[in-house]
Design a protein around this ligand. Structure first.
Ligand SMILES: Cc1cc2nc3c(=O)[nH]c(=O)nc-3n(C[C@H](O)[C@H](O)[C@H](O)COP(=O)(O)OP(=O)(O)OC[C@H]3O[C@@H](n4cnc5c(N)ncnc54)[C@H](O)[C@@H]3O)c2cc1C
Length: 407
């Protein structure tokens, strides 16, 4: 039995892992000159591969928890750690519960993984660009200037989302599946930055962090839709970082609906409003900036006050305190999809059976970020890619009638 996998990222390689362990002939095709480029990029700042929180909290991070729960139940955080250990890569739990390989990078893990796959006979074909399906349903590739059609007993598509195109996942697959009448949700940026129309003096602060803040998104009635305690970084034209990633989805939804969104911030969550108001009282003995600094305001918080309040209000302690405790940041847009850590949207759940096989294309399975689920970064993205890669592979075994153990 022969399976063709398109995409040699975490999801596709995990599907290859499962299928090759069962003795199937597996060919993996990737457009890039080498495999797992986005995975390696994810390891650059420290590969946060999964999260150690309890399962119920873990699965609640996803926007499609019911869909993903069975997959994550079978291959969740503990399985990811065990799988890494089997490949000779130890992991540790950081203070926030996030899990990293001891060496922090993705490269040693990827090297060991690919070597294990090759030992099991998995053939990896790089520089093979999938161009869609031929008239007869074969996979059509271009490679070395030639066009070739490949058939297999089953196909796994694991072509990623639509960001960081230079790493391979350019989202071109979307059009190929649309032509096959596969239900698709538009790809959009997730875990990326947002645009704010800063005044000139704010732009000078680009790169500076806002640490230990609470952010939330609320509806018109003032009900909190989502909140997060984290940090963010000022950019030339807005904000990015963990807080924005956690609130990506409700902000994006507001932007789509209203053309603008509001991010609410408590810039000093550890100080009560009354205490802060007292600390901000102007004094004849010291400058206003000194009063602000003593009250715990750093350069960024001071600049944000200046950005939000007219000068006449700066010595109005209750107003400044109120502004710091409930700061409204007007968001105008998302940064472009190509810059985002991940993309939401993709192959909809309704397009697939419970084994991740497309209703429209018998024997063709999908997994990884190309599926229509979303989560904040922090190990959740990679874990769902691994888990869905495993799930699709088990679906292939089922489809080929091999779930009895015989390949
Ligand atoms: C800067 C950055 C940091 C990140 N940090 C983290 C993190 O710390 N934790 C976390 O959980 N996640 C992180 N991620 C996200 C994570 O890397 C992705 O969610 C994950 O790699 C997606 O896996 P995938 O296998 O679905 O797709 P991908 O990794 O995108 O792999 C898809 C593969 O398919 C190939 N392909 C696409 N189209 C074609 C085609 N037409 N023909 C042939 N091949 C094709 C591509 O070349 C690619 O190799 C980060 C991402 C980025 C960009």
């Amino acid at each position: 039995m022969h399976v063709a996998i398109v995409g040699a990222g975490p999801a596709g390689l995990m599907a290859a892992d499962v299928l090759s362990q069962r003795g199937l002939a597996v060919d993996v095709y990737d457009a890039m000159p080498s495999v797992g480029r986005k995975f390696l990029m994810a390891g650059k700042g420290g590969l946060n591969i999964t999260h150690s929180e309890p399962f119920a909290a873990f699965v609640a991070r996803y926007d499609a928890p019911d869909w993903l729960a069975p997959m994550l139940h079978t291959f969740g955080a503990d399985s990811v750690r065990q799988w890494m250990a089997d490949l000779g890569v130890d992991s540790f739990v950081g203070t926030s519960g996030r899990v990293f390989p001891v060496e922090m990078k993705a490269a040693p893990l990827l090297r060991s993984w690919v070597s294990a796959l090759k030992k099991r006979g998995v053939k990896i074909h790089t520089r093979h660009v999938w161009q869609g399906f031929s008239e007869h349903g074969a996979l059509n590739f271009t490679a070395g200037g030639e066009s070739l059609n490949i058939t297999a007993d089953a196909v796994v598509l694991a072509t990623g989302g639509g960001s960081w195109a230079k790493l391979g996942s350019d989202g071109r697959w979307f059009e190929f599946l649309r032509q096959q009448n596969v239900p698709l949700a538009p790809l959009c940026a997730s875990n990326g930055g947002f645009v704010v129309a800063w005044s000139g003096f704010m732009r000078a602060l680009a790169g500076l962090p806002l640490k230990n803040i609470v952010g939330w998104v609320q509806n018109e009635q003032g009900d909190v839709l989502a909140h997060s305690q984290s940090e963010c970084v000022l950019t030339d034209d807005g904000v990015e970082g963990g807080l924005l990633y956690a609130l990506s989805r409700p902000l994006r939804e507001q932007l789509v609906r209203d053309g603008a969104a509001a991010l609410w911030l408590d810039l000093l969550p550890h100080v009560a409003l009354a205490d802060l108001t007292a600390k901000l009282q102007p004094s004849t003995k010291q400058s206003l900036v000194n009063v602000w600094r003593k009250a715990g305001l750093d350069a960024v918080r001071i600049a944000l006050i200046r950005e939000a309040l007219p000068k006449d209000d700066w010595s109005n302690a209750p107003r400044v305190a109120q502004c710091l405790k409930k700061y409204r940041l007007n968001i105008n847009a998302q940064r472009p999809i190509d810059e985002a850590i991940s993309t939401a949207g993709g192959v909809m759940q309704s397009a697939l059976n419970e084994h991740l096989m497309l209703h429209a294309l018998k024997g063709v399975f999908c997994c990884g970020e190309m599926l229509d689920w979303d989560a904040p970064t922090g190990g959740y993205l990679l874990t769902a890619c691994f888990a869905s890669g495993q799930h699709a592979a088990r679906g292939v075994l089922d489809y080929l009638g091999l779930n009895d153990g015989a390949a």
